[in-house]
Design a protein around this ligand. Structure first.
Ligand code: ADP
Length: 614
C-alpha cells in the first residue's frame, strides 16, 4: 500500500506544529515509579485506547493517545514517538525527555550500530542500559537523561514500510515482561490501523472533492458560456485540483502559441506569443506530448523571467482534439511549494486538456457556422433587396409604357377605322403592323404586371368553381378555334370541388395555355380542354395535336423569355413570358404544372390544384 499524499502532509504538519508551537518539556519531570499493572488492567486500558484511537480523525491526536496509553499500560515514566519522513526524523510526542537528549538521538539514529534500535521490524527491549551491548555507545547519554530501561516498538502498518517508532522509558530498573511487550505491540498495531483509517478517510474526502472539481470542470466545459470565460475558469479549477501555484493557457493562433488567462502569474510578467519552435509551449504543441519539468531552473527550455519569479516545477499538457494539438495547459509551482506533480495529477491535467480541446473545437465550429449563416442571411437580404428593386423597376416601366402604348393603339385604331380619313391600302398595311405590334407590347406589359403580382402573392383568395370558369371561357375559345381552323373539344366534369384563389389570375393562366395550343397547332388539328377531380385535387389539361416541343427543351420553356423557336425569323408571335407567368400563378395557388410533348404529335399541359380547405 502506498502512503497517501494527505498522510505525508498531515504528518509533516504535525511535526512542524510540535517543533514550533508545542515544544516538549525541557527537563525530565519528577518521576515516580508506577506499580506494575495486572494483565486485566492492561487490557482495560487497551480497550479504552482502541476506542479513543478509532474516534480521532487527526494524526497528531492519535500519536498523543498512543503515547499516553503506552505510559500507562507499560508503567513507564516517559515516552516519545519518532516518525521518519523522507530521511529526516520528526517527533510529534515527547514526554519527560529533554530537548538535548532528543536532538542527540535524532543525530545518532543513522549510526550503523544503532540502526537495529531505531529501525526495528520487531520490538526491541532494553532492560538495562548499562549492561545491554546494543546501547554500548549510548548509555552515558541515556544515564544522564535518567532512565534505566526502554522498549522500542516499530510503527509498522500492514503492507507498509516503517513509519517510525514508539519508545517507552522506565526510570526504575524493572524489566519489561512478555505481557508488556505484547501490550506495546498491540498498542502500536492499533495505532497504525487507526492511522490507516484516518488516511483512507482523508483520501476519500480528497477524492470526493476532486471528483466535485472535475465535475465542475466538465460542467464548465459543456456550458453555454463564451469560450474565453470557459477557458479562464477551467484553468483556475485545474490549478486548484492539482494544487499548482499558478498557470497559463496557450492557444495556437497564426503559427504562434498565444498565452492567455494567466492565473496567479506575477503582474509584471509580460505574456508574449511564443514563436514557432521556441519554449516549453512549442515543445508541447509540436510533439503533442506532456512535459513535466521537475527542476525548471536547470532545464534547457527554462526562461530567465520565469526563473526569476521562482518557478520550480512545471507541468505542460497538450490541449488536443483527435490528433490535432490546439494549445497547451501550463501549470507550475513556485518557491513556496516546490513539489513535483504526481502521476495522478499529470493524468488528470492531460484528460482536462483533451476535454478542453473538444470544447474549443465546438466553440470554433459554432462560431464558423454563425459566420456562415450571417453571410447567408446577408446574401438573402441582398437578394431580397435586388428582387424588390427589380419588381419596382418592372412596375415603373410597365406603368410608364401603358399610357403611351394605349395612345398609340388608339390612334392606330382610328386610322384603321378611317375616322381620320380614308387611307391607302399600303398605308393600311403599315397601320395594321403598328396595331399588331402595339397589341403585342400591351400584352407583354400585362404579362409582366400579372407575373409581378403572382410573384409577390398579391392575389385574392376566393372560392372558385373551376367547371363554371371553364364553361364561361369556352365560347370565346370556340370563336378563336374557328378563326384558326382548329377543332376545339371540351371534357369537363361538372361541379368539381371548389378551389381557393384569384379568378383573374387563373383565367389568365388558362388563356395563356389555350392560346399557345391554338398558336402551335396547324390547321385541322385539335385542341382539347379537360377538367376532373382526383384525390382532393382538381386537374386541368390543355392538350393539342400541334408541332410539339423538343424533349431537350421541355425543362426550359417555363423560364422567362424562353422560346423554342427564338430566332428573328420565328413563325409564331409571343414574348416568351406566358408559360413563366402560368407557372408563377399555379405555384401561387399551391399547385403544380407538368408538360408532356412529342415533336410533330402534340403537347399536353397539366395543372394540378389543391381543393379549398386543405
Ligand atoms: P410565347 O409567348 O413565346 O408563347 P410562352 O412562355 O407561352 O411564350 O411559351 C414559351 C415557348 O414554349 C414558346 O415560344 C414555344 O416555343 C413553346 N410552347 C409553348 N406552348 C406550346 C405548345 N402548346 N406547343 C408547342 N410549343 C409550345
Amino acid at each position: 500500500m502506498n502512503q497517501p499524499e494527505t498522510g505525508q502532509a498531515a504528518l509533516s504538519q504535525t511535526s512542524a506544529e510540535s517543533r514550533q508551537g508545542k515544544p516538549h518539556r525541557q527537563k525530565p519531570p519528577p518521576v515516580t515509579a508506577s506499580p506494575p499493572l495486572t494483565t486485566e488492567e492492561q487490557q482495560t486500558i487497551l480497550v479504552q485506547t482502541a476506542k479513543a484511537l478509532l474516534a480521532t480523525s487527526s494524526p497528531e491526536d492519535l500519536w498523543h493517545i498512543m503515547a499516553d496509553a503506552s505510559r500507562r499500560v507499560l508503567a513507564a515514566e516517559r515516552t516519545a514517538v519518532f516518525l521518519y519522513d523522507a530521511g529526516s526524523v520528526i517527533y510529534p510526542v515527547v514526554e519527560g525527555l529533554s530537548e538535548g537528549y532528543i536532538t542527540q538521538m535524532c543525530q545518532q539514529n543513522q549510526l550503523s550500530s544503532t540502526l537495529q534500535l531505531w529501525y526495528p521490524q520487531e520490538p526491541v527491549i532494553i532492560n538495562d542500559i548499562y549492561s545491554d551491548p546494543r546501547t554500548e555507545l549510548l548509555h552515558e547519554v541515556m544515564a544522564a537523561e535518567g532512565f534505566a530501561a526502554f522498549a522500542v516498538f516499530p510503527l509498522l502498518p500492514p503492507d507498509h514500510e516503517l513509519l517510525g517508532v514508539l519508545v517507552v522509558y522506565r526510570d526504575h530498573p524493572q524489566p519489561f515482561t512478555t505481557e508488556d511487550k505484547a501490550a506495546g505491540q498491540m498498542l502500536t498495531h492499533m495505532a497504525t490501523l487507526a492511522l490507516n483509517n484516518i488516511m483512507l478517510l482523508a483520501e476519500t474526502r480528497l477524492s470526493l472533492a476532486r471528483e466535485q472539481q472535475l465535475n465542475e470542470i466538465a460542467r464548465t466545459l459543456a456550458s453555454a458560456l463564451d469560450l474565453p470565460t470557459i477557458l479562464d475558469h477551467v484553468l483556475r479549477l485545474t490549478a486548484n485540483i492539482v494544487e499548482a501555484d499558478a498557470g497559463l493557457l496557450g492557444l495556437v493562433i497564426d503559427h504562434q502559441v498565444m498565452m492567455f488567462y494567466p492565473y496567479n502569474v506575477p503582474a509584471h510578467i509580460v505574456l508574449r506569443p511564443a514563436p514557432r519552435g521556441r519554449g516549453v509551449a512549442w515543445e508541447v504543441v509540436q510533439n503533442c506530448e506532456t512535459l513535466h519539468i521537475k527542476q525548471y531552473v536547470s532545464h534547457h527550455l527554462a526562461q530567465s523571467k520565469w526563473i526569476e519569479v521562482g518557478v520550480t516545477t512545471l507541468l505542460a499538457a497538450p490541449i488536443t482534439v483527435t490528433d490535432l494539438c490546439l494549445g497547451v495547459l501550463v501549470l507550475f509551482n513556485l518557491n513556496r511549494s516546490p513539489k513535483e506533480f504526481t502521476a495522478r495529477q499529470i493524468a488528470l491535467v492531460e484528460s482536462i486538456g483533451r476535454q478542453a480541446g473538444v470544447a474549443i473545437q465546438h466553440a470554433r465550429m459554432y462560431a464558423e457556422a454563425n459566420q456562415r449563416s450571417a453571410a447567408l442571411r446577408n446574401a438573402l437580404n441582398r437578394q431580397a433587396e435586388l428582387d424588390d428593386l427589380k419588381n419596382k423597376f418592372i412596375q415603373n416601366v410597365s406603368h410608364e409604357l401603358r399610357t403611351p402604348l394605349g395612345i398609340i393603339h388608339g390612334h392606330a385604331e382610328l386610322l384603321t377605322l378611317g375616322a381620320l380619313g380614308e387611307i391607302q391600302p399600303r398605308q393600311r398595311e403599315s397601320v395594321d403592323i403598328i396595331s399588331r405590334r402595339v397589341r403585342m407590347l400591351i400584352d407583354m406589359v400585362d404579362d409582366l404586371t400579372a407575373m409581378l403580382s403572382a410573384e409577390t402573392q398579391e392575389m385574392r383568395r376566393e372560392e372558385i368553381n373551376m367547371s363554371l370558369l371553364l364553361y364561361s371561357m369556352l365560347d370565346e375559345y370556340r370563336l378563336q378555334a374557328h378563326k384558326v381552323g382548329v377543332v376545339l373539344k371540351a371534357e369537363i366534369t361538372d361541379n368539381v370541388p371548389m378551389i381557393k384563389g384569384d379568378i383573374t389570375h387563373l383565367r389568365r393562366a388558362l388563356d395563356n395555355l389555350t392560346s399557345n395550343a391554338f398558336k402551335f397547332t396547324p390547321l385541322g388539328g385539335t385542341v382539347t380542354l379537360r377538367l376532373w377531380p382526383e384525390d382532393q385535387q382538381i386537374i386541368i389539361e390543355a392538350a393539342d395535336t400541334g408541332i410539339g416541343i423538343p424533349e431537350g427543351q421541355l425543362s426550359r420553356i417555363f423560364e422567362r423569355f424562353y422560346q423554342v423557336d427564338g430566332g428573328v425569323k420565328r413563325q409564331h408571335g409571343g414574348t416568351g413570358l406566358g408559360l413563366a407567368l402560368v407557372k408563377e400563378i399555379v405555384e401561387a395557388h399551391r399547385g403544380q404544372i407538368f408538360v408532356t410533348s412529342k415533336l410533330g404529335v402534340g403537347t399536353t399541359f397539366q395543372i394540378i390544384l389543391p381543393v379549398a380547405g386543405l
